[in-house]
Design a protein around this ligand. Structure first.
Ligand SMILES: *Cc1c(COP(=O)(O)O)cnc(C)c1O
Length: 453
């Protein structure tokens, strides 16, 4: 039976600053490299793509960065978000563990993505950008950016990964409702898209390919900028308002988390829920476990290599030191479209190498099984991506049942699945496939990665 306890904050508790984990890293991040020269990329290299404020945030070593008032005002539309103790789920599992989740599905588009979309649209607006071009996987990011751009009177153009464009038609409707323009990727509108279509006219697309298209269009138009919904340092930083709120809410619950869990596509929702808690570990105050959960079909942390690679499929973006499956890797069309990315945020990658994060991977059917149980005990239908975090939370709660330990488990429910119900249909009908990723595919894609160490 459904049974839960909510921990709610007031508007005054919305954080006033973003937390920048770069200030607390054991070692500084390796710099982004210019795609042509292989030398460290400077602010001028990024200027055609991003407003200067975001370029500065990307490399800032300040621990706290003020959230501008207009951004915080906008956050009030849906923040603070609830933190909920899943008592019904605990009972169903018979675990002595307490399971908490932070729920970002209450935002205007149903996920955590507007936290950074609003900030990025604002900084673009004050620097005079007329149009923002971006990519989207499952459509969550495109929806968030279209919404944010509309709020600040900027045009939004979105390249949507074709597999998701076909699977999730209502995401397009949502983007258009918020005034955005949507194109399925790979498209014939760009050189990048035409190149991919020339190799495979049936390509399902990938985030890497869609990024190539968006970057090409933004770089070719002085009134346009590009925007990324994950991976980059400033994007992860904007999401830290989630974890800051969660710290206050866990205090209300009188329960500090022993384990914090998030799904990991590019790393932004995981960073958002976890970095403020990671700060306490890095300061030696706590010993929390942090778990990144990936799909078996796109396992960049669990099976990828930690080295410099491009962020996009064609090799137009700066090179980032990260866990990668190779930029030419096209993941199978799993329903968790937001997790179909070849790389991983450099910040999450570095903290994984430093032993702060653990990582594991699951197949999608086992995640949907967990989601159906969760819907019955919590009355929320999760997006396909956070079903991976949910599955890990359940597994940890079952370990606690074995050992009899009263652990506090916090997982991130970063979005609802109301526009992903076709994925649930496919699970119920037995059509859902589990894709095992053969090592040869990774080896093949890694051949395209430049040898920069
Ligand atoms: C975009 C998205 C993801 C994947 O991106 P991260 O940067 O890893 O968070 C996961 N879940 C949802 C609901 C998303 O919208």
């Amino acid at each position: 039976m459904a049974d839960q306890k909510k921990f709610l904050l007031t508007e005054n508790d919305i954080p006033k600053q973003w937390y920048n984990v770069q200030a607390d890293l054991p070692e500084p991040l390796d710099p982004a490299l210019h795609p042509g020269t292989g030398q460290p990329a400077g602010p001028d290299d990024f200027a055609p793509l991003f407003p200067m404020e975001l370029i500065q945030q990307e490399v800032s070593q300040d621990r706290w960065i003020d959230i501008p008032d207009p951004v915080r005002e906008m956050y009030r539309m849906w923040r603070p978000t609830p933190l909920i103790r899943a008592i019904g789920l605990e009972k169903a599992l018979g675990t002595p563990a307490k399971i908490f989740y932070k729920y970002e599905g209450v935002s205007p588009v149903g996920s955590h993505k507007p936290n950074t979309a609003i900030a990025q649209a604002y900084f673009n607006k004050i620097e005079g950008t007329k149009r923002i071009v971006t990519e989207t996987g499952a459509g969550q990011w495109g929806s968030a950016l279209a919404f944010a751009c509309q709020q600040f009177g900027i045009e939004a153009k979105v390249y949507m990964v074709k597999a998701s464009f076909d699977q999730k038609p209502y995401r397009k409707s949502m983007m258009e409702t918020f005034g955005g323009t949507v194109t399925a990727s790979p498209s014939s509108e760009t050189n990048a898209g035409r190149t991919i279509l020339g190799q495979d006219s049936e390509s399902p697309g990938s985030l890497g390919i869609a990024i190539s298209e968006a970057v090409e269009v933004a770089a070719g138009d002085p009134n346009s900028k590009y925007s990324l919904g994950s991976v980059l340092n400033h994007v992860l930083m904007h999401q830290t308002i989630i974890g800051q709120e969660a710290i206050l809410q866990m205090e209300m619950a009188d329960a500090y988390p022993d384990i914090v869990i998030g799904c990991a596509g590019g790393g932004s929702n995981l960073a958002g829920i976890s970095f403020p808690f990671v700060a306490n570990n890095l300061a030696g105050k706590t010993n929390t476990r942090f778990i990144a959960v990936e799909p078996e079909a796109s396992p960049s942390l669990t099976k990828g290599n930690f080295l410099y690679d491009f962020g996009d499929a064609i090799g137009m973006t700066p090179l980032l030191k990260m866990h990668t499956l190779g930029h030419s890797f096209v993941p199978n069309p799993i329903h968790a479209g937001g997790l179909r990315y070849h790389g991983m945020a450099p910040l999450i990658s570095a903290l994984f190498e430093a032993g702060v994060y653990e990582a594991r991977a699951y197949h999608q059917t086992t995640c949907f099984e967990a989601a159906v149980l969760f819907a019955s005990t919590e009355g929320i239908i999760p997006a396909p991506e956070p079903t991976h975090a949910l599955k890990a939370a359940i597994d940890e709660a079952l370990v606690a049942k074995e050992t009899g330990e009263e652990k506090n488990i916090l997982f991130h429910l970063c979005g609802h699945g109301h526009l992903d119900l076709s994925a649930y249909d496919s699970y119920f009908s037995g059509d859902m496939l589990d894709y095992a990723l053969p090592q040869e595919e990774i080896t093949e894609a890694m051949r395209s990665v430049p040898d920069l160490g």
